[in-house]
Design a binder for this molecule. Structure first.
Ligand SMILES: [Zn+2]
Length: 342
């Protein structure tokens, strides 16, 4: 039977045995412990995480991991065309959540939910209470609040509706453990080695990074509103010339450290690399989203895990990220807009 959001929300008393602290990150961690005890699908998902295998590919100053994760088949092979979406029951709508699934209300309109197909040792979906399409511009303020509130333990991230979100029709973010994505630990060093400076003031730094296979625009600030306006400026640049009402292709990773946000935006050119659509031996089932751009490429098929090469990884990022000339145009247009914010 369908439950209301109030019925899905776990009470403090139910959560109490699983939390050590009152902050949002500890509560989320506690929710996961509670849910593992009562929700079979989630327990199976975390059991399957035990059989994950990892390969590491070293590049100049950074590394990319490939994770064989059989539990990710549903997400990796998700059909996200409008017809398939219309024909399935939305798995993030409160009405359709399984009876054992509980959540923690946050940001007024969202529920922190455990993701039953984890990549991270602790993996959450933060879903809107409303069945409204994925849209980062309108939800960016919530995104950075969540990044702050969960930031002591988790990275919060966003996949655009055409860039890896398996529920493009239902607004949601995800969160997973800090330091799990290679880019988390490596970004400071990558930045040192060759970041372009787009803008710098006492309250905002915006840099570009191009030497890690991916093109990244990195915003750093302790001022939430300034950060939102800076992101908005980038959004306007990316949307320029695109179809009205269609979100530009992007993934976003948010980190919060010592009172400051670091928001990494990856403008995208394609949803999936060409080898995803090949048949037989040439096919590789890797469907890049924020996690992949953060440096972990997941594949649900062991055969793909065995045969993936360094060249495949280079090809994957080259195909799905914007090409150098497009990135140069984006940054050239963004620079004066950022200067105008100060
Ligand atoms: Zn929905």
């Amino acid at each position: 039977m369908a439950r209301t959001p109030d019925q899905i929300a776990i009470s403090d008393a139910e959560l109490a045995p699983f939390v050590t602290d009152k902050d949002a990150a500890s509560r989320a961690c506690g929710l996961l412990q509670q849910q593992r005890g009562v929700w079979d699908l989630l327990r199976t998902g975390y059991d399957s995480l035990q059989s994950v295998k990892t390969r590491v590919f070293e590049f100049d100053g950074f590394h990319i991991k490939v994770q064989f994760n059989p539990g990710r088949m549903t997400s990796t092979a998700a059909k996200v065309d409008p017809n398939s979406i219309r024909e399935r029951k939305c798995f993030l709508c409160p009405d359709n959540l399984p009876p054992a699934q509980r959540g923690i209300p946050c940001e007024g309109d969202y529920l922190v939910l455990c993701n039953p197909f984890p990549i991270f040792p602790e993996h959450f979906t933060i879903a809107s209470l409303h069945h409204t399409p994925q849209a980062i511009r309108e939800s960016f303020a919530s995104f950075i609040s969540l990044t702050r509130d969960l930031g002591s333990r988790y990275t919060v991230f966003y996949n655009g509706p055409r860039c890896g979100a398996s529920a493009p029709d239902h607004l949601h973010f995800q969160a997973g453990n800090r330091s799990f994505l290679p880019i988390d630990a490596e970004f400071a060093a990558v930045k040192e080695r060759g970041a372009g400076q787009l803008f710098e003031s006492d309250s905002l730094r915006v840099r570009t990074v191009e030497k890690s296979l991916r093109h990244v625009i990195a915003f750093e600030s302790a001022d939430a509103d300034l950060l939102r306006r800076a992101f908005d400026a980038l959004y306007a640049v990316l949307q320029d010339g695109a179809t009205e009402g269609v979100e530009p292709m992007l993934n976003v990773l948010g980190f919060y450290t010592r009172g400051e946000w670091q928001v990494l935006v990856f403008p995208r050119a394609k949803h999936r690399p060409s080898f995803y659509f090949k048949e037989g031996d040439e096919k590789l089932l890797i469907s890049p989203a924020a996690v992949e751009l953060g440096g972990i490429c997941t594949t649900p098929r062991e055969e793909d895990f065995e045969k993936v090469t360094r060249e495949h990884i280079v090809q994957l990022y080259r195909e799905v990220c914007v090409p150098p000339d497009t990135f140069a145009s984006i940054t050239a247009l963004l620079r004066p807009k950022l200067a105008a914010l100060a």
